[in-house]
Design a protein around this ligand. Structure first.
Ligand SMILES: Cc1ncc(C[n+]2csc(CCOP(=O)(O)OP(=O)(O)O)c2C)c(N)n1
Ligand SMILES: [Mg+2]
Length: 465
């Protein structure tokens, strides 16, 4: 074994960068080649291949860029770039391509090494690349993110089984998008306020929402969102984008009270077509609100694909109209989500105003249990995206760093399942809600015409008058 820390494998989305992808790659390769002239003593990339480590990243078996094969930076230092299998370097500008960029650094990074990192960061217009790499070293963060993602996946599976056996209402899974909920939830402070839509199970589970609450909610029981432990967090919002203006209101209140707290609002790609969304980002901008919007661009809004949703090249650029920062990130990379959500949240907390983040992911599930996606999307598309699944991706990354093992995986699955079963038991054994509660949370004062209906469900005489 050679003495390196395998710091990070980054899947950097360069699909929407203005500059030519080919030019960026050529510059990266050139930079590595020059650096290696001074420092190379061995080819780390070859050593990695020898150990078949790349094959186990879960990020796709790639081919090395010929230029980058001279990427070793001294015995234990190096960098490599890898293209998705089958990618044609000359045609790269026409292809949506995943670029895999890895860095190997010694335990004590030298100045030369950090300088190289900084230069690479500039090329990717990513000034915080180094910070992100440092974060990738933090095993505790990785374990917390992974536990949340795995737990969310197992909870989803169980909820779908309950729905299919008539024990739960319609349910929206977050399969394939777990990195978004995990990264955002992890970045929030307990005193912040989440204003969620319905696909952020992981973010909710990082807060005080319990599985039993979520199941009650999807079982049609409002008590699920009534747990006093939820504090100021908002309930799940199914009406599309109506919560975005409410989020602006929440953020205004936090600012007005001079509280160092941040409102975080999650929505889908389809939600960005609503007028409410434009109003909300406009207010957030002009009032410089402590508000972070995170769009889960899972490429579909029920059966409407992203390509028919908006002519806008990215959803992130909608921020330009509101005069606020907007960025598009890889939503299947939990470290990227954690980093950029954290940065935006802390900027908002310190008075720096709102941010719009577009996290690009893919809905590997049906829209909800009431949907059959095979009627409108191809198996090929689904299979292609399955390869980018964030859960095996993070697991492979941790295994590669030797901070995860099959035994730990089995143990974690077992504890998560046991915890979920406890919660399911609570849910199934809950007393049914009082029928009159149907009327209680909708209006401050019940309209006159609903009074007779309320009396009817409480067992009183029907009153038609
Ligand atoms: C105001 C409103 N209109 C229509 C619907 C029906 N509806 C439920 S989900 C959905 C699509 C949402 O797509 P997106 O915003 O991309 O979120 P995703 O479901 O993909 O997470 C629609 C139109 C709704 N819930 N609310
Ligand atoms: Mg969507």
């Amino acid at each position: 074994m050679f003495p390196v820390n395998f710091l990070s494998v980054e899947r950097i989305s360069i699909a929407n960068q203005a500059a030519s992808k080919k030019r960026i790659l050529e510059e990266v390769a050139g930079l590595l080649a020059t650096a290696s002239e001074e420092l190379t003593q061995g080819n780390v990339f070859d050593k990695l291949l020898e150990r078949e480590r790349l094959g186990s990243t879960g990020l796709g078996h790639g081919i090395a860029l010929p230029h980058a094969r001279v990427a070793g930076i001294a015995e234990a230092r190096g960098a490599f770039i890898q293209l998705q299998k089958g990618a044609d370097f000359d045609a790269i500008d026409q292809q949506p391509v995943d670029l895999l960029f890895g860095l190997l650094v010694p335990e004590e990074a030298t100045e030369a090494h950090l300088q190289l990192l900084a230069k690479l960061a500039t090329l990717f217009s990513d000034a915080d690349f180094c910070a992100r790499l440092r974060q990738a070293q933090d095993s505790e963060t990785l374990h917390e993110l992974y536990r949340n993602m795995l737990f969310t996946r197992l909870y989803d599976e169980r909820a779908i089984a309950l729905q299919r056996t008539g024990q739960l209402g319609t349910f929206a899974s977050s399969l394939g998008q777990e990195a978004i909920g995990a990264g955002v939830g992890h970045a929030m402070h307990p005193e912040d306020v989440i204003i969620p839509s319905f696909r952020e199970n992981g973010a909710l589970l990082f807060r005080n929402f319990r599985v039993r609450d979520l199941l009650l909610y999807w079982g049609g029981d409002e008590r699920g969102m009534g747990n006093p432990e939820l504090g100021d967090d908002f309930p799940i919002c199914v009406p599309i984008s109506t919560h975005t203006t409410q989020a602006a209101g929440v953020a205004f209140a936090l600012k007005y009270r001079k509280q160092p707290r941040v409102a975080v609002c999650l929505l889908g790609d389809g939600g960005t077509s609503k007028g409410d969304f434009y109003e909300a980002i406009n207010l957030a901008g002009i009032w410089n609100l402590p508000l972070v919007f995170v769009i889960n661009n899972n490429q579909w809004a029920i059966s409407v694909p992203r390509s028919l949703q908006s002519k806008s090249e990215t959803l992130a650029q909608k921020a330009i109209a509101a005069g606020i920062p907007g960025l598009q990130i890889d939503g299947n990379d939990p470290l990227a989500v954690r980093h950029y959500a954290g940065e935006a949240i802390e900027r908002a907390r310190s008075g720096g105003g709102p941010t719009l983040i577009e996290a690009v992911s893919y809905r590997l599930c049906h829209h909800t249990t009431a949907d059959d996606a095979s009627r409108y999307r191809s198996d090929e598309e689904l299979e292609a995206h399955r390869k980018l699944d964030p859960v095996p991706r993070l697991r492979a990354f941790m295994q590669q760093r030797e901070i995860w093992s099959d035994a730990r995986e089995a143990e974690l699955i077992e504890t998560c399942k046991a915890e979920i079963e406890q919660e399911v038991k609570h849910y199934l054994e809950s007393e049914p809600p009082d029928p009159q509660s149907l009327f209680d949370s909708l209006y401050a004062e019940l309209p006159h015409e609903l009074l007779p209906q309320r009396r009817e469900v409480t067992g009183g005489e029907a009153d038609n008058g």
